[in-house]
Design a protein around this ligand. Structure first.
Ligand code: GDP
Length: 296
């Protein structure tokens, strides 16, 4: 994750740190290199531009250029601005509603939505001691409901019994009723995947949302698709009130462009990242920790 950006920035900052004093021209030259590094990491152009502008404005101020350790100060400013770009404070799930708190999972087919549903359910069960029920609303892909059931067994989280032929909104109603009757804290709804952002499935998602009134609506996107992941998130944001994003396949993403641009472009926080195929390969997304990891 972020290896190439980290290497590139490391090179720029080594040069800065080595200098006794910094002129405005030094800062601007360094920022040109940072800009290239961000673009090579596949950061969206407007996001990279804003970032460079903010850092430059702060870094050419007198307190930096006249300081005894100007290089260090620039690195500190970059770290602050990187944290801000990644979303600032870490955003947890907001589940303090009267139970069951519904988490609706949405996303394109193959993004890792079903796996992520099980990963989050497992995390809520093992880490937060929550009683979780999962239900698959995916009646389009034949094996989808069965896939969630099998994952449920793996993570020791029950799934709503499958009733053949039932439609998504009705499954959501039944799931909600079961969760209420059986005293579940959290109900996770795995909605149907889609090949691209299409209208009938968006309408289905909105209908499910009206019935389920989710506390969280999480979009699952594949980090490896880079700026496409950000574009998909932007389209979803226009159709459903997303509360957050989960980026999967971060384990294979050396560049990190989707993670770096997501918050700034969509206005939605990244809440989790998927870091592997196993059911425990899920991390909370902490902007300041990620920023310090990038800056080494
Ligand atoms: P869905 O169609 O969106 O429900 O996608 P699935 O949950 O079926 O996942 C598709 C594939 O991606 C499966 O083989 C998963 O094991 C894999 N996958 C999901 N998340 C991750 C991740 O974070 N890292 C890696 N390496 N693979 C993942």
């Amino acid at each position: 994750m972020f290896e190439s950006l980290s290497d590139r920035l490391g090179g720029v900052f080594d040069k800065l740190r080595g200098r006794g004093a910094l002129t405005e021209a030094d800062v601007r030259a360094a920022m040109r290199e940072v800009r290239i590094a961000l673009l090579e990491a596949d950061v969206a152009l407007p996001v990279a531009k804003d970032f460079i502008e903010n850092v430059t404005q702060r870094a050419i101020g007198a307190e930096v250029t006249k300081s005894v350790t100007p290089g260090q100060q620039v690195v500190k400013i970059v770290s602050d601005e990187l944290t801000a770009m990644l979303g600032g404070e870490q955003e947890d799930l907001h589940l303090s509603v009267s139970p069951p708190a519904v988490i609706m999972m949405v996303g394109l087919q193959g993004s890792g939505k079903t796996t992520t549903t099980a990963k989050i359910a497992r995390r809520l069960r093992t880490k937060d001691g929550k009683k979780v029920l999962m239900a698959s609303l995916d009646v389009n892909r034949p094996a989808a409901q069965e896939q969630l059931r099998v994952l449920g067994e793996q993570v020791e989280v029950p799934t709503l019994p499958i009733v053949e032929g039932q439609q998504p909104v009705d499954i959501a109603r039944r799931a909600l009723q079961s969760a209420k009757l059986q005293g579940f804290d959290v109900l996770m709804l795995d909605t149907a995947g889609r090949l691209h952002v299409d209208q009938p499935l968006m309408a289905e998602m909105q209908a499910v949302g009206e019935v389920a009134r989710p506390a969280e609506t999480l979009l699952v996107v594949d980090a490896l698709t880079g700026q496409d992941a950000v574009n998909v998130a932007t389209s979803f944001t226009q159709q459903v009130p997303l509360s957050g994003v989960v980026l999967t396949r971060m384990d294979g993403d050396a560049r990190g462009g989707a993670a770096l641009s997501m918050r700034a472009v969509t206005g939605r926080p990244i809440k989790f990242i998927g870091t592997g195929e196993k059911v425990d390969a899920l991390d909370a997304f902490d902007p300041s920790r990620v920023a310090s990891r990038i800056l080494g």
